[in-house]
Design a protein around this ligand. Sequence first.
Ligand code: FMN
Length: 314
Amino acid sequence: MNKITQLFNIKYPIIQGGMIWNSGYKLASAVSNSGGLGLIGAGSMYPEVLREHIQKCKKATDKPFGVNIPMLYPNLEEIINIVVEEDVKIVFTSAGNPKTWTSFLKEKGITVVHVVSSSVFALKAQEAGVDAIVAEGFEAGGHNGRDETTTLTLIPMVKEKIQIPIIAAGGIATGRGMLATMILGADGVQVGSRFAASIESSSHNNFKETIVKVKEGDTQLTLKELAPVRLVKNKFYQDVQELYEKCPSKEDLVQLLGRARAKKGMFEGDLEEGELEIGQIAGLIHEILPVEQIIQQMITEFEDACKEKAKFEF
Ligand SMILES: Cc1cc2nc3c(=O)[nH]c(=O)nc-3n(C[C@H](O)[C@H](O)[C@H](O)COP(=O)(O)O)c2cc1C
């Protein structure tokens, strides 16, 4: 038992990060059935679609699961009400102020975790009364902080400031990565990119195959003026770079981004015009695998690495 397995009543301290267009009930329930904590990503779902996924997830697993709610999308209140009505017990909030909803959710008996990218925000989340925080380094796929703080530096700095449990995120796809962040002070890990390239992820196969092909250096954090996001350097990314050369206004960037780019790339499989959100660790992901196998590999590797203590003696 550790702080995270105890908090969520799960076997392994591995959380599958909520991921727009990737983490529907199939992925979340597969992770929960394999001993981790699966999260349904509400960010890409209309409220009634979310309700359907929660109901299907309850049928697909009798293990704990949660919902990730990025607070930057419209319909926020409706989403929160559905989560409460459907009796979801765990909520991970991100991309917003943890003060806004934490006490409301806690009053409903929900365990609340907030995602942060700095120790300042970690402190604010702790003050807002969350049960744990996800500290996410800038290696991570998806939206991220502007400061470019890496997971290696973020985890010990957050650990110095806060007392509640810490879940490390960003760049973790193996048992060794997991052990490294836990040695730095994390109590568990949140994994995104590795699960985006799983059989059960709801993203388009073109996107999954791209993740497998991505090499070191093929992703970049961009669009910092809007909401910083790590993307594969595809045609859309190059279009953004060309626009930057013309010193664009925020409105120019908004116009180029347009609507539904992430859906186009990750769900519809348009590898040129779509946004392809993935983390730096994709360079280490070489196969699309079933969730159960991913988790078993991570745990075996974690345990093997723990036995190698003698290797570090000098
Ligand atoms: C395709 C994709 C979509 C994501 N969407 C969300 C999201 O909707 N909400 C959120 O809080 N984080 C989102 N993230 C971040 C993940 O939940 C997770 O914290 C991150 O992927 C961890 O870093 P890693 O990619 O290096 O594993 C997304 C990440 C990816 C790769």
